[in-house]
Design a binder for this molecule. Structure first.
Ligand SMILES: Nc1ncnc2c1ncn2[C@@H]1O[C@H](COP(=O)(O)OP(=O)(O)OP(=O)(O)O)[C@@H](O)[C@H]1O
Length: 690
């Protein structure tokens, strides 16, 4: 199991906190590793410990110094505030205590206790007591008189400050006499949380692991690399083993990340623990540990490097984002399938679109796209995608299923072809770059967003099961034929994320969800318990998700940002690449918006959408047109009525020759296709390579 990076090299000159660490045994060099499907800098073996430096961390690291200063100020402030608040009752309490003591003394109670006979009576000794009382009263009066005279003289000669100082001395004496006694005094830092930025020492780790039940009371972690500030000065890192005999593994500890984080006084999002596997010189008890000073996933998003690429080879690794330690995460999608889930507006579609953008930039990718909601996110794909279904009304459902059937037929055709190829050409019975070009079998990303819309629109359980069966078939067998299924659903429930489908999909990515059950619904059963838990993400984590890349590996990723304008530019580039390579096929061929762009026009969105809503019709009633537009893009057209539609079309240059159209003998308000086409320059219509 891995989480984020396992970069565990000791930074040269790093800040060492002395602790009972022991050097790691020198391991054999790592054998060469097969190319991973998801890359991040490979975890390295823990470095052997260097000579511990004697300089404290705060002299070497600005963050630690600042944290220490702030902490000192907080402690001083708290002590001052606490002292002020407590001084009043202390002075009063001290005064009462002093008064009681004086009264016992002036009554000579101490002497009376000594002189009392066995029967408790004083007898004739009462006269001795009386004499003593009289003497003590005289003494008290004398002292008070002397003090008063002394204070008055001093006030006149030295100044009023003397009685004030004397008053303070008496109050101080009362306060000392009246301070709380007995019981355990509250700790100096009572109420002030330990700040992990100040220091992280082995004893803190031991205490946290003990509290999480990972260490016995008499055991300690075995440090393999000391607790040091990391190279970037963003947090503390260490490598250690759980001790033998405790019956706990690194995986157990990783699953307890939330408790360990809480015991260290940090949010679990700040704590990254990962296993160090045998290949990196580790074992089942070895943990690479990093605790960040702040939330490592906040801050400005990184703009996707795809924005600057002229083209992309989809057989390579797709840049996806970065982990907590800002190490790049790249995803290899060949032979894989992916599922994206999570609450709305957390960046699910944007993250998924990074993979799609990479495919757009490869002219040897034939895109099949279905967007159940039909919003703006994938609209630019119209000029590139071989098949593009927008919305989930009855006609779209038919188009959606037809698309799945087409894919399954193509898949079968490809496997039949592979079977006839000589082993030298097709050694593994699956697609190769050579076969792809020689037999014109492009890679086929199958992108389906808002899957739940299709499942909800399907009326019967039988229909649902049939569609799920087809999606699962594509996800199971498709990858070997060069298909890359990428599905997404907004609602992490069993209906929207069928278990049958999820279990086949190899990569799963989940943005924030409300609880561990929902997280498991997307990422797989038991994943949250193993540490891959998207419910630990907060509302602030837009564009951040947990990426599960295999049965025992996951990483929390801050996905790169690729906004709609940048995606549109990529799609225009992708169309040009396809035209140049001769791979522009299917619906993209006739896309009016893309054709307009090629001859230097920008077709108003409403015209493009109305043309799409017409489909193969030449006339349409207004009510049907409005319904079709809402189906295409509910966000834009949800509240449009006939007047608004007429006004927007008129603004876009549509001149209606008839406001009534007759369909099947019924005359109603509506539009003619030729009126809408009349608003499109003839060059654009001619540029459509239909
Ligand atoms: N990687 C990112 N970095 C920063 N902001 C992002 C990132 N990804 C998405 N966002 C922001 O989050 C918003 C919502 O993203 P997105 O549309 O992908 O959400 P979603 O989870 O797919 O929502 P829905 O299910 O409603 O479509 C975007 O408009 C964008 O402003």
């Amino acid at each position: 199991m891995t989480e984020a990076t396992t970069d565990v090299d000791t930074p040269p000159g790093g800040l060492l906190v002395p602790g009972p660490w022991t050097p790691a045994p020198v391991a054999e060099p790592d054998p060469p590793a097969p190319a991973p499907a998801v890359t991040r800098p490979p975890p390295r073996r823990p470095a052997l410990a260097a000579e511990p430096l004697t300089l404290p961390a705060w002299t070497r690291d600005a963050t630690v110094a600042r944290a220490r200063a702030a902490h000192g100020a907080r402690v001083a402030g708290r002590l001052a505030a606490r002292g002020t608040v407590r001084s009043v009752p202390s002075v009063v309490g001290g005064g009462v205590r002093a008064g009681r003591g004086w009264w016992r003394w002036v009554q000579a109670d101490d002497l009376a206790d000594e002189l009392r006979g066995p029967d408790g009576k004083l007898g004739e000794k009462v006269f001795v007591i009386r004499d003593h009382r009289k003497a003590r009263w005289y003494l008290t009066g004398g002292l008070l008189l002397t003090a008063s005279v002394g204070e008055t003289v001093a006030a006149y000669t030295v100044g009023d400050v003397i009685p004030a100082v004397s008053g303070l001395v008496v109050a101080g004496a009362f306060a000392i006499a009246g301070r709380r006694r007995g019981g355990t005094a509250p700790a100096l830092l009572g109420g002030i949380e330990r700040d992990v930025r100040l220091e992280l020492a082995p004893e803190h780790l031991n205490a946290a692991f003990r509290a999480a039940g990972m260490l016995r009371a008499d055991a300690a972690l075995i440090l393999r690399s000391p607790v040091v500030r990391d190279r970037a000065g963003r947090g503390w890192e260490a490598v250690f083993d759980l001790p033998m005999g405790g019956g706990k593994t690194a995986a157990h500890a990783i699953a307890k990340r939330d408790v360990i984080a809480a015991e260290l006084g940090v949010d679990e999002i700040q704590l990254i623990m990962s296993r160090i596997r045998a290949r990196q010189g580790g074992n089942g008890k070895r943990i690479a540990f990093w605790v960040c000073d702040d939330d490592p996933y906040l801050g400005k998003p990184v703009v996707s490097p795809l924005v600057d690429l002229e083209s992309f080879d989809f057989w390579g690794l797709v840049p996806f984002g970065q982990d907590a330690r800002a190490e790049r995460i790249e995803v290899g999608l060949l032979w894989q399938s992916a599922f994206f889930g999570g609450l709305p507006r957390r960046g699910k579609t944007f993250s998924m679109r990074l993979l799609v953008a990479a495919a757009v930039l490869d002219p040897w990718c034939r895109l099949y796209v279905a967007d159940g909601k039909g919003g703006a996110d994938f609209r630019s794909l119209a000029g590139v995608a071989h098949r593009y279904v927008r919305g989930a009304d009855e006609a779209d459902l038919e188009a959606f299923e037809a698309m799945l059937d087409e894919l399954i037929a193509e898949m079968s055709r490809r496997f039949a072809l592979f079977a006839t190829l000589p082993t030298a050409v097709c050694p593994e019975g699956k697609l190769t770059p050579d076969i792809m070009r020689r037999y014109n079998l492009p890679l086929i990303p199958v992108v389906i967003d808002e899957l739940q819309e299709y499942f909800e629109a399907l009326e019967t359980e039988k229909d649902r099961a049939r569609i799920i069966g087809k999606l699962a078939r594509i996800a199971r067998r498709g990858p070997a034929a060069g298909f890359i299924p990428v599905y997404a659903s907004q609602r992490p429930d069993a209906k929207s994320v069928p278990t049958k489908l999820r279990e086949i999909v190899t990569y799963r990515y989940c943005t924030q969800v409300t609880d561990k059950t929902s997280s498991d619904m997307v990422l797989g059963d038991g994943k949250a318990a193993a540490g891959a838990d998207a419910s630990m993400l907060s509302e602030d984590h837009v564009g951040v998700g947990v990426l599960v890349t295999g049965p025992a590996s996951f990483v929390t990723v801050k996905a790169d940002l690729l906004d709609n304008p940048a995606f549109e530019v990529i799609c225009q580039r992708g169309r040009k690449l396809r035209i140049a390579a001769g791979t522009l096929t299917g619906q993209a061929f006739g896309d009016i918006g893309a054709a307009a762009f090629e001859v230097g026009y920008a077709i108003p969105q409403i015209i493009g959408d109305v043309m799409e809503a017409f489909g193969s019709r030449t006339r349409i009633w207004t009510e049907d047109l409005l319904a079709a537009l809402v189906n295409l893009d509910e966000d834009t057209y949800g509240d449009w009525d006939a007047d608004r539609l007429a006004a927007e079309l008129a603004d876009a240059g549509v001149v209606r020759h008839s406001k009534q159209v007759k369909i099947d003998g019924v005359n109603r308000a509506g539009y003619l296709l030729r009126d809408v086409e009349g608003a499109i320059p003839p060059e654009v219509l001619a540029a459509r390579p239909v």
